[in-house]
Design a protein. Structure first.
Length: 255
């Protein structure tokens, strides 16, 4: 007699593994596009990537297979996996951030750009845009509930990208893709408390995203701008409140 319960559990596990592989693929692909893994560089070993993203090695293996199929990386027997497609030409277009003053200027710029993006999204969004943003938020909530915190960086970026896409203006999308993220990516984080990546902090980010989405869904540009501005300034404060003025740090725009 067939064991339907086991078959169902096996199917759910396979589906979860597939979703994780897609998420890891998207993160690695984005890191390549943004220049963290430049053309010609050897990717970290599977075990290291698995630790970085909090997944199993088979999940990483599946993600790398997809990257190979798309001609982004190639594997050499006994040597590892190498990047063969480089970053976007515009990925280094923003000025370098070397001081806290530069960091403040960056957040001043980002706050204005992302607030304007959210406002336009609220004016121009379609039912397809609402569905796309909602899907991203649902995926992030699932990751939070399942404790897959390492995968949230890309899910959070995907939210901002989906909002930018709702503006129907590709310049906003490209500008967003050039912006750095200082939590968990840069030398700055050497002096950032681990609290910045705690589960409570990540849930707070998610709630802020939901508030932005609700304003966009309601076609309320003023509220969308206000909620996005509040969100970016909160992110700025997390970074600034953990800095030591004795530290000498230098940043670039790669993520």
């Amino acid at each position: 007699m067939p064991d339907l319960a086991n078959d169902e559990a096996t199917g759910e596990a396979a589906a979860l593994s597939g979703r994780l592989a897609i998420a890891v693929y998207e993160q690695i692909e984005r890191l390549i596009r943004r220049g963290e893994f430049p053309k010609g560089v050897k990717l970290p070993p599977e075990a290291e990537l698995a630790r970085r993203f909090g997944v199993s090695r088979p999940v990483v293996r599946e993600a790398l297979a997809r990257l190979r199929e798309e001609g982004i990386v190639r594997s050499q027997q006994g040597s590892g996996t190498f990047v063969i497609r480089g970053m976007l030409p515009s990925a280094a277009a923003l000025p370098p951030i070397r001081t806290l003053a530069d960091l403040l200027r960056y957040y001043e710029y980002r706050t204005d750009v992302e607030a304007a993006t959210a406002g336009l999204a609220a004016e121009r969004r379609t039912t397809d845009d609402i569905a796309a943003i909602s899907k991203v938020l649902a995926g992030a909530e699932d990751m939070l509930k399942q404790g897959q915190l390492q995968l949230l960086a890309d899910a959070n970026f995907a939210f901002h990208r989906a909002v930018a896409q709702a503006t129907r203006n590709p310049f906003y999308v490209r500008t967003l893709e050039m912006m750095p993220n200082f939590i968990g990516r840069h030398k700055l984080d050497l002096v950032v408390s681990n609290d910045s990546t705690s589960e409570a902090h990540l849930w707070r980010i998610h709630r802020e995203h939901v508030a932005i989405f609700e304003a966009i869904e309601a076609a309320d540009p003023a509220r969308a701008r206000t909620e996005m501005q509040r969100h970016i300034l909160a992110a700025r404060d997390v970074v600034l409140n953990r800095q030591s003025l004795l530290e000498s740090v230098e940043f670039d725009v790669r993520e």
